[in-house]
Design a protein around this ligand. Structure first.
Ligand code: ZN
Length: 399
């Protein structure tokens, strides 16, 4: 659009009013509001005292299978993990869930809500092959100017228990996936060593990170995390491995939690916690204090598993806050950090943040402080990506 403009009277992360000079898609300078005249002819955009937050990061979702925009799906599914997986496998065909169309719907909603970066898991399975990947790759290309999308090849129906899945995962890594996914090494694949050795070897072969859905409880989950930490260290993959959910971390007494959390922190294993209501809660504050980087995500948004979700990461920060009894500003801002900087670190984003030199990728809202933004979840007044406005007042500009 334009090469340079000044966004005046805005409050980055709730600080005093500033003027931000945006040049070639980056934040060139930040100065006190009105402290100096701007070069004649430079366009000026009035930020009206709005709060600026860095682009929101949805570090865990499932774009390929949301039912957003489709008719209401009546959920009569059991609550066991295997019930949900089998039902979804069948329903993809019955309902005609088109991964390209459905991912597009969620992406548009996410960007309108101020999300700039998405890590999406995409089902890789012997029944549907790479259809999910192909659809989401098409959407990633279609929306590449307004959002960054990272794709995890995810063996949702199991990998070793369904021969052929591993080869499909490997193909997915050659055909557009960015991260190797895993799933309950014991609970689903019934072979923790075999499952983890396979996905870590795949990650090493392709030079890519790992992100593992780990729902396993108690000692089983602890064992899985120990094996993940061992492999992370052996392959020198610090900061490139994420445990998603890690519910077992919410089932431990203080001492074993400190031991396991310390191991994760030392190895540089990230945690994704969404603050879900149905399962044990990893104590995110304690885990952050142990030095673990924690991100968050929408996870499934209106799918065959459950009907909730709106792809709004401010809403997610509120859910994480409420689930963790975060009531003071410092803690609520930590929940928001999970949905911004924590996700950026998990995804190893370059140029992320509100400092000079960072990409001019941010969201403007009418709120006094970051905690107020989480509590109020105000309409996103403007969403910028690399210096270009992509959404206004909660609606995407036409492509
Ligand atoms: Zn998930």
């Amino acid at each position: 659009m334009r090469e340079e403009f000044v966004l005046i009277n805005v409050r980055p992360n709730g600080e005093a009013a500033k003027d931000m000079v945006i040049r070639d898609g980056r934040i060139a300078e930040i100065v006190a509001h009105g402290s100096r005249p701007h070069a004649e002819g430079t366009p000026i955009v009035d930020g009206e005292g709005l709060l600026v937050l860095p682009g929101l990061v949805d570090a865990h979702t499932h774009l390929d299978k949301t039912l957003l925009g489709m008719p209401w799906y009546r959920n009569d599914v059991g609550t066991e993990l295997t019930d949900l997986i089998e039902n979804e496998r069948a329903m993809k065909r019955v309902l005609g869930i088109d991964p390209a169309r459905q991912s597009a719907t969620q992406i548009e909603l996410s960007v309108a809500n101020g999300t700039s970066h998405i890590r999406t898991h995409v089902d890789i399975d012997t029944q549907y092959g790479l259809a999910g990947l192909e659809g989401v790759v098409a959407s990633r290309e279609r929306y590449r100017d307004i959002v960054d999308i990272e794709i995890v090849a995810f063996p949702q129906s199991g990998m070793l228990i369904r021969p052929g899945t591993e080869a499909l995962m490997d193909r997915a890594m050659r055909e557009g996936a960015d991260v190797v996914g895993g799933l309950d090494p014991s609970g689903v694949d019934r072979d923790p060593k075999g499952h983890l050795d396979t996905i870590f070897a795949m990650a090493e072969r392709h030079g890519k990170p790992v992100d593992i859905h780990l729902h396993e409880p108690d000692a089983l989950g602890v064992f899985a995390i120990e094996l993940i930490v061992e492999r992370t260290k052996a392959l020198a993959m610090a900061d490139r491995v994420t445990v998603s959910h890690g519910f077992c971390l919410g089932m431990l007494a203080d001492k074993p939690l400190a031991r396991l959390g310390g191991m994760m922190a030392e190895a540089g294993v990230h945690l994704m916690a969404k603050g879900g209501a149905a399962s044990a809660r990893p104590p995110v504050l304690d885990l952050m204090e142990m030095g673990i980087n924690i991100c968050s995500g929408s996870d499934g948004v209106r799918d065959t598993w459950q009907p909730f979700g709106n792809a709004d990461m401010l809403d997610r920060a509120a859910i994480v806050s409420q689930r963790n009894d975060f009531i003071n500003d410092v803690h609520i801002e930590l929940a928001l950090r999970m949905c911004t900087y924590g996700g950026a670190r998990t995804m190893a984003l370059e140029g992320y943040g509100l400092e000079p030199g960072c990409d001019a990728t941010f969201v403007l809202v009418r709120a006094e402080t970051p905690a107020d933004a989480v509590a109020s979840r105000p309409v996103r007044r403007a969403v910028y990506r690399k210096g270009i406005a992509v959404a206004k007042d909660g609606a995407l500009f036409a492509a």
